[in-house]
Ligand binder design. Structure first.
Ligand SMILES: Nc1nc2c(ncn2[C@@H]2O[C@H](COP(=O)(O)OP(=O)(O)OP(=O)(O)O)[C@@H](O)[C@H]2O)c(=O)[nH]1
Ligand SMILES: [Mg+2]
Length: 339
């Protein structure tokens, strides 16, 4: 096991031993080669006790190469068929420590050398992986702490930089929180995030600061009218089709897979606004019964639809006004009433 300090080597060593013992009927031996951190040996013993796997350690020996070699000999004599060597965490820039792990590696010539990396470290992990790979030419990667918010985007980068497979993922602190790596699942996970990123990017592309400032002034002066509303709809439409946009919301794509999203959800609203006179657009209050009838007829909608839009517009205007005043609490109250 190789990797940075705190990446999860010791925890994963335990998880792997447990996995091999319970799922693959192996008899593993854990080896404590971290001679630096005072409690490291003890930590591995605690892990070993938890899963009922023997731990080989030499508390007095300060030579990890020797300890590893002795452990292999001990394993051979005592009927173990897998030896898992836990090593001390080290920085890739620490030459002495990198030489040490390289020496352990050469001395015992393991069938598999795994590079353990904390999924939360992001792009830094890529550089580290490269440095360790240059030294050890490891067989595979273990991505730990994938139970957090992290999406594991670094996984793809590591794969492409060192061209080594990700073999396992760690998804928790407990000994059974280990999974064999499934590329498809990871892709889903990463794409879930990537789409939100593109959604935000698209919104930013359409966002015009100058326009936003003007709009803010209008709202403050209570001058936000249907023309501005129409404008906002155009902005949203520029971001792409409704189906595309909804698909970018994590989870929504799957949930709404079979739901037909009307790509022109705004069509009716636009038609209604287009049928209003300039006065009606800036002062919706003048829209009385006969005007509503005229607007409905002109837009090919019903008076009911016109009413609905007027009501929504009214609520929206009120809400915007409150946001301007910084009255967050008032707004929440208003929203409560709306429901
Ligand atoms: N949530 C979560 N925590 C983990 C996971 N793997 C390890 N940890 C935690 O991360 C911390 C560091 O784990 P260790 O296994 O001690 O890491 P290490 O690489 O051996 O650390 P050093 O020996 O100090 O270099 C511990 O608190 C672990 O419980 C994981 O998959 N998920
Ligand atoms: Mg450790």
């Amino acid at each position: 096991m190789s990797g940075l300090q705190g990446s999860g080597k010791t925890t994963f060593s335990g998880k792997l031993a447990n996995y091999l013992k319970t799922k693959k009927s192996k008899k593993p031996l854990l080896v404590a080669c971290d001679i630096y951190r005072p409690a490291a040996i003890n930590q591995l013993h605690v892990v070993g006790d938890q899963i009922g796997v023997e731990v080989y350690s030499e508390p007095e020996n300060k030579n990890p190469v020797q300890i590893a070699q002795n452990a292999i000999a001990y394993a051979k004599q005592n009927g173990f068929n897998v030896v898992i060597v836990d090593t001390a965490g080290r920085l890739a820039i620490d030459e002495a420590m990198m030489t040490e792990i390289s020496n352990v590696h050469k001395a015992i010539n393991p069938q598999e050398t795994l590079f353990v990396v904390d999924a939360m470290t992001g792009q830094d992990a890529v550089n580290t992986a490269k440095a360790f790979n240059d030294k050890l030419n490891f067989e595979g990667v273990v991505l730990t702490k994938l139970d957090g918010d992290t999406r594991g985007g670094a996984a793809i980068s590591i794969k492409s930089v060192v061209d080594k497979p990700i073999k396992f993922i760690g998804t928790g602190e407990k000994m059974d929180a280990i999974d064999v790596f499934h590329p498809a699942r990871m892709a889903d996970r990463i794409l879930g995030m990537g789409d939100v990123v593109s959604l935000v990017e698209r919104a930013q592309e359409q966002f015009d600061e100058e326009e936003a400032r003007k709009l803010q002034k209008k709202i403050a002066k209570n001058q936000f009218g249907f023309d501005d509303f129409l404008n906002q709809i155009q902005q949203v439409k520029k971001m792409g089709s409704m189906k595309d946009l909804v698909g970018m919301i994590p989870g929504a794509g799957k949930a709404l897979k079979n739901v037909d999203i009307d790509d022109d959800a705004f069509k009716g609203i636009e038609a209604i606004i287009h049928s209003m006179t300039p006065t009606e657009r800036t002062q919706p209050a003048v829209i009385n019964g006969s005007r509503k009838k005229r607007i409905a007829a002109g837009s090919g909608t019903s008076v009911q639809q016109v009413n609905q839009l007027l009501k929504q517009f009214d609520q929206m205007s009120k809400m915007m006004k409150m946001m301007q005043g910084g009255g967050g609490r008032k707004m929440m109250q208003a929203m409560g009433k709306m429901r």
